[in-house]
Design a protein around this ligand. Sequence first.
Ligand code: NAI
Length: 465
Amino acid sequence: MSQYDVIIIGAGPGGYVSAIRCAQLGLKTAVVEARDTLGGTCLNVGCIPSKALLHATHSLHEAQHNFADMGLKGKAPSVDWKQMKEYKSNVVGQNTGGIEFLFKKNKIDWLKGYGTIEAAGKVKVGDTTYETKNIVIASGSVPSALPGVEVENDKGIVVDSTGALDLPKVPKKMVVIGAGVIGLELGSVYARLGSEVTVVEYMDAVCPGMDADVQRSFKRILEKQGLSFIMGAAVQGVEATKTKAKVKYQPKAGGDEEVLDADVVLVATGRKPFVEGLGLDTVGVKLTERGQIATDAHWATNVPGIYAIGDVIEGPMLAHKAEDEGMAVAEVIAGKHGHVNYGVIPGVVYTTPEVATVGATEADLKKEGRKVKTGKFMFMGNARAKAVHQAEGGFVKIITDAETDRVLGAAIIGPAAGDMIHEICVAMEFGASAQDIALTCHAHPTYSEAVREAALACGDGPIHS
Ligand code: NAI
């Protein structure tokens, strides 16, 4: 008889959420995790520590730039980097400890070590092989390598996001390779700490794939905050010494190779599924051309009894997408109907201002030949945003079907955008129209009024512009 109904490999947001839901559904569940703490990349070296540093450095920015204006006088605080990292570690500890508590509460076993699948129904951890009816692979992702660039986090000169969260000191000059989510969030952190930050990006716009209006405003706002950008430039290699590095890049428009000096180089050029050591070859689990585990609509791989979710399969590498899949696959395994609506998965960049998007972009819909209407409202017309020095340059944009007024997507750049986007997510889940949002009473004064105004802009027009 199997020891477990489900063994989940990986305790990140996909794996731990799936485990809790499996346990709630009455399945005997274990999670294999090699890290000393639960929570995976997100809690240990991703979403959570970066948010702690973003909060701390945003507070510093407020003290330096906005306190005097609000009548708060006195010297701006100086940075105790060691203490800031300590605070970050405490935030991480509270969260990872919280997952451990939830595991105990739900009677989930933590099998400590790396898991290898020996066959369907058999997972080896250390010297022990455990038997299980189902296996869920939730092993996540790792930073992808850039040819000609060797990341050595322990040396603190050429680092990935993990190394950038734990630099020994704040660098004078930082070069960030890649203007994606990681590059811009961590680039913001160090710019606020006083580093001279230059972002080198291959594409012509930041955050490739995002709404073009947002891309333009976002870059402009970040430039005002002191970040410099070199766009349309492909990094060819990095030469590092013990204390410095040289970043070589080739402008796409042509011309000679250029070189940038840096004290620290952050490589943020994407992540790849982490499948090494899982034994997929042995059991014959198929991968896609891009190295992801191939799954069907119910997260089942080609091998019966083996499922996969999160960063290791297709789709955006986002903690909340993994969580949703984790819950859904648990339902499927328990014989219920798990479902994820991939059309309504928000994406958020936690800079100041925040950037949040959901659904289709205007450009994509137009490419498909769909007739769309857009309603846009600038935060300059929002009383609350003005009170917190975040009105400039931000906006809410809602995209609807031109005939039915149904909401198809939205983009927000402004204060608390990452929270406000959910009003639009719920509207989309219910197939709401922009008019439905516009007719809903919104409290005053809130940032969310800008969402209502953008919805009004899809109809007869907003009030405050
Ligand atoms: P990304 O895919 O978002 O951005 C990588 C950028 O690097 C792209 O803009 C690409 O054009 C550029 N690039 C690639 N090779 C280059 C080269 N040789 N020279 C110059 N530029 C080059 O990847 P990122 O930021 O590393 O994030 C990885 C994953 O983690 C993403 O899927 C992201 O969504 C996720 N993530 C999400 C967060 C959030 O939701 N707030 C936070 C952090 C990560």
